[in-house]
Ligand binder design. Sequence first.
Ligand code: DQA
Length: 143
Amino acid sequence: MNVLLLNGPNLNLLGDREPEIYGATTLADIERELTARAAESGARVECLQTNHEGEAIDRIHAARGSVDAIIINPAAWSHTSVALLDALNAFEGRVMEVHLSNVHKREAFRHHSYVSRRADGVIAGLGAFGYRAALDYLLDAAG
Ligand code: DQA
């Protein structure tokens, strides 16, 4: 199984940015953990973090036909991007949406996610553990 781990804008600052909301774990820690965890089950994780919406969309297009599932934290694009939703709608595999924080407990503008219309599962508020839970779900569903 090939999994794409896609992280959106500002998530390169994890560990440093608003740690009281997003925690102390860095994105490098998360990517390392998921890659190792997947390898134990014979799966592969490709990682991309980008601050550029077009790059994220191009990567989702490239995933068509070669990636089985996408774990995505769309960050602020969750709340703004129909283009990202359309790209995910063109992808045929499973989509897991992860948010480190519980977006429903925060500002009203974070309560709606375009990506959730496409996601097979949504995890919010579990911090970095949410990524692990998403991967375990995918490995379990595949096995
Ligand atoms: C986030 C929540 C979003 O509202 C925010 O814009 C982010 C991160 C989260 O992981 O909790 O950048 O997706």
